[in-house]
Design a protein around this ligand. Structure first.
Ligand SMILES: [Fe+2]
Ligand SMILES: [Fe+2]
Length: 192
C-alpha cells in the first residue's frame, strides 16, 4: 500500500523519475526515436530548410541548442516539453522552396501548419503548443508565453542564420584554398 505513489508503484515511480532525469543527449535521442516512430518526424529528412540543411537536421540542432541554452542560463525548464516543442517547431512537412499555392507566404503561416500537423500526430500540452505556435516571433507578432518558447525562438534564429551563412563560408574557404594552391603552382613554375 505504502509503495503506491500517485497511482504508480514505487518501482514505476523510480523508473519515471530516472527517465525524466536522463542526460540531455540521451533524452534528445530517445525523443527523436519516439517522434519518428509515432509520427512523421523522419519525413523532414526529405525537405531542405536552410542552405544544405534538412528540416530534420535543423530541428535536431534547434532542440540541442535549446537544451544547452537552458543549462548555460541556469533556467529550470520542462526539458521533455522543451525538446518535443523544438523538434516539432517546423513540422510543416512540405518543401517550402517549391512554388505551390498551398504554402504561400511560408514564413508567416508555417508555424500554424506545423502546430496543426503536430496536433494531428501527437498529444501536445499547452507549453509544447506555444513553443511551436510562437517560434516565428517577431515575424508572427505575438510574444511567446513560456521561457521554453523563448529559448526555442532564440535557438531557431541562431541556427537559421548559421545554416544560411555556412554554405557561403565554406564556398569562400574553398575559393581561398583554390587561389592559394594556384598561386603556389605559379610560384613554383617561375622559380624553375
Ligand atoms: Fe520555422
Ligand atoms: Fe526553424
Amino acid at each position: 500500500m505504502a509503495k503506491v505513489l500517485y497511482g504508480l508503484s514505487k518501482d514505476k515511480a523510480m523508473k519515471k523519475k530516472k527517465s525524466s532525469q536522463a542526460k540531455g543527449p540521451k533524452l534528445l535521442k530517445s525523443m527523436i526515436r519516439h517522434l519518428e516512430q509515432q509520427g512523421r518526424l523522419g519525413e523532414e529528412k526529405n525537405y531542405i530548410q536552410h542552405g544544405t540543411t534538412t528540416v530534420f537536421a535543423h530541428s535536431v540542432r534547434v532542440a540541442s541548442l535549446s537544451l544547452k541554452l537552458a543549462k548555460r542560463l541556469h533556467l529550470k525548464v520542462n526539458r521533455k516539453s522543451l525538446l518535443r516543442g523544438a523538434l516539432l517547431h517546423d513540422y510543416f512537412l512540405y518543401d517550402w522552396h517549391e512554388k505551390d499555392r498551398s504554402h504561400r507566404l511560408h514564413g508567416l503561416y508555417h508555424a500554424g501548419t506545423a502546430l496543426k500537423n503536430a496536433k494531428k500526430d501527437f498529444h501536445l500540452n499547452k507549453l509544447e503548443e506555444n513553443i511551436i505556435a510562437r517560434h516565428m516571433f517577431p515575424l508572427n507578432p505575438i510574444f511567446p508565453r513560456y521561457k521554453e518558447a523563448w529559448i526555442v525562438c532564440l535557438a531557431d534564429k541562431y541556427c537559421a542564420a548559421e545554416e544560411t551563412i555556412r554554405p557561403f563560408l565554406s564556398a569562400g574557404k574553398n575559393l581561398k584554398c583554390g587561389l592559394l594552391s594556384t598561386m603556389k603552382r605559379a610560384g613554383r613554375k617561375k622559380i624553375s
